[in-house]
Design a protein around this ligand. Structure first.
Ligand SMILES: [Zn+2]
Length: 245
């Protein structure tokens, strides 16, 4: 649907667009729009994804997103199998160098590190920030202040998006959740204040994160804040999003 807000053209994504294709609902493209299918991964290796079945099961996926705490080898396997663009951010458990059988990886080959970057891919405005709050020595952890800096550094690109594309951002990916949403009270799993501001100000259609492990089937993994649908990927999530043709 198309909304007008402050005289500026916005895309309005309803939860209807989040039709997981478990149910086989794959929307026919509406006039002027294309439906893009996203597969988001984080935290937990899924056995049928890390297998030759992945190609058949996720046929039709247009874009792969990695939300952290997954081995580079796993992401690379899915990227090679599906042969679609892969954008990722790292989590607090990711390695600087990952050692495999006779190989070393510092990122999933073929993937693009989205930390602190904004880009336009297949009609979708993407941006991302890696890591969690700092709770021990190691990489990919930051203070709340450092997270504010990461978000502020994205602002010029998002403002430019609004001028060029009529909207700031479609999909934001992170490892940690926003403050007050899907987060927990212990330091490693607290939410990021700057992400909450980003949601209020830039109003992405989707905010996709990882980091929060789901222990119970009744855990909340999807929340709506204003125009933004916030999704905890934990494992994998399939998302459909409409973009202007
Ligand atoms: Zn994590």
């Amino acid at each position: 649907m198309v909304d007008w807000l402050d005289g500026v053209y916005h895309l309005h994504y309803t939860r209807f667009n989040l039709l997981v294709f478990f149910f086989g609902i794959s929307g026919a493209d509406r006039v002027g729009f294309l439906t893009m299918k996203i597969l988001a991964l984080s935290d937990n290796v899924i056995s049928f994804i890390y297998s030759p079945q992945v190609k058949r099961r996720f046929q039709g996926v247009d874009l792969l997103l990695g939300c952290g705490d997954l081995s580079y080898n796993y992401l690379e396997y899915v990227y090679d199998a599906l042969d679609v663009p892969l954008y990722f951010v790292r989590g607090n458990h990711d390695q600087v160098v990952e050692y495999g059988s006779g190989t070393q990886r510092t990122y999933p080959h073929g993937g693009i590190d989205l930390h602190g970057k904004a880009c336009f891919i297949k009609g979708i405005l993407l941006a991302g920030v890696e890591g969690s709050l700092r709770y021990r020595p190691g990489m990919f952890q930051y203070s709340q202040s450092e997270m504010w800096l990461h978000v502020f550094r994205l602002a010029p690109a998002l403002l430019k998006n609004r001028l060029v594309h009529g909207r700031y951002l479609d999909v934001f990916i992170s490892h940690a959740p926003p403050a007050g949403i899907h987060c927990e009270t212990d330091l490693p799993h607290r939410g990021i204040e700057a992400f909450r501001w980003l949601i209020d100000f830039f109003k992405p259609a989707y905010f996709i994160h990882g980091h929060i492990h789901i222990q119970r089937p009744d855990s909340i993994t999807e929340s709506q804040v204003g125009r933004t649908c916030i999704i905890n990927t934990f494992g994998f999530r399939e998302i459909e999003i409409e973009t202007p043709a």
